[in-house]
Design a protein around this ligand. Structure first.
Ligand SMILES: Nc1ncnc2c1ncn2[C@@H]1O[C@H](COP(=O)(O)OP(=O)(O)OP(=O)(O)O)[C@@H](O)[C@H]1O
Ligand SMILES: C=C(C)CCOP(=O)(O)O
Length: 263
């Protein structure tokens, strides 16, 4: 966890941390293509929850989808394999900032006070690919305190001994939730929850090994581990986390159970 864990706890109610999966908001198999309908529906749900006060403080993280994963895969970069090619770093980061801008624009269209936070400029893996992620939280916590909705994203990250690797939105969610003392964590993807071997939603998970056989990678191009990595990371959190699909987003934001609960 980050050295400055707790940075935002004194500034008001614990925030909700929400990840909008890249699989949800982009056409993951078509390079740099948004899923406009899915992104609009997700931004509607966020705007409604803030407008009616069911959520007061919110941090949004989005994944890479066909923006980050496409370029990372082309350059052979992942959460464990780095690059020292500046063009590769620029390609991955450029695609992610383009997607971030698209998300911000659609949130602004709905009067959500969204502000970008770019992890490449903030975070590092100072002890290498197997070491902890260092994600300073002061800018995010201060933005929250000033009434903004910080919007972070999966990105490149400076990594000792490896150049630049990928930091996934799921890793950021875990750091943000732990460091800001999140009330609840939501991960919205294309699946209605974590599915068992029969394709049914598993209602709750509290032990990785009990569900490990059912967990796979992503169906689409993905350099950060798909569902297995997601569940492993969310299990490490104190705050309750939920994994759900588009239909679960509004219920989750209302404080209801949605999809699979992970705690
Ligand atoms: N047991 C499982 N239950 C649900 N999904 C699973 C399971 N095993 C593998 N998956 C895959 O995991 C995918 C979700 O993970 P993925 O990382 O692609 O989502 P995301 O977070 O929305 O995308 P991104 O990584 O671009 O942000 C599903 O689309 C599915 O293909
Ligand atoms: C591929 C990049 C740059 C981002 C990965 O973030 P994720 O989609 O949350 O796994």
């Amino acid at each position: 966890m980050s050295a400055d864990a707790g940075a935002g706890e004194a500034d008001g109610d614990p925030p909700v941390v929400l990840k909008l999966g890249g699989s949800l908001i982009t056409e993951k198999d078509r390079p740099e293509t948004l899923d406009e309908a899915a992104l609009a529906a997700a931004c509607d749900a966020v705007a409604d929850a803030l407008a009616d006060g069911t959520v007061e403080r919110l941090v949004v993280v989005h994944g890479g989808g066909s923006f980050g994963h496409h370029h990372a895969s082309e350059h052979g970069v992942s959460t464990s394999a780095g690059t020292r090619d500046p063009a590769a770093v620029t390609d991955v980061h450029g695609a992610m900032t383009a997607l971030n801008r698209a998300v911000l624009d659609r949130l602004h269209d709905r009067d959500v006070p969204a502000a970008p936070v770019h992890p490449l400029s903030l975070a590092a893996r100072p002890e290498g690919v197997d070491g902890a992620l260092d994600l300073p939280l002061s800018s995010t916590a201060t933005l929250l305190g000033e009434g903004f909705v910080p919007v972070l994203h999966g990105d490149g990250v400076a990594t000792a001994g490896a150049g630049v690797t990928v930091v996934s939105g799921d890793e950021l969610v875990v750091e943000l939730a732990a460091g800001l003392g999140a009330r609840r964590v939501g991960v919205c993807s294309t699946v209605p929850g974590v599915l068992d071997g029969d394709g049914d939603v598993i209602p709750a998970i509290d032990d990785f090994e009990a569900v490990a056989d059912a967990l796979g990678a992503s169906d689409a191009t993905d350099v950060s581990g798909g569902m297995a990595a997601k569940v492993r990371e969310l299990l490490a959190l104190d705050a309750p986390a939920h994994v759900f699909g588009a239909e679960g987003l509004a219920p989750f934001l209302r404080g209801e159970d949605a999809g699979t609960r992970i705690d």
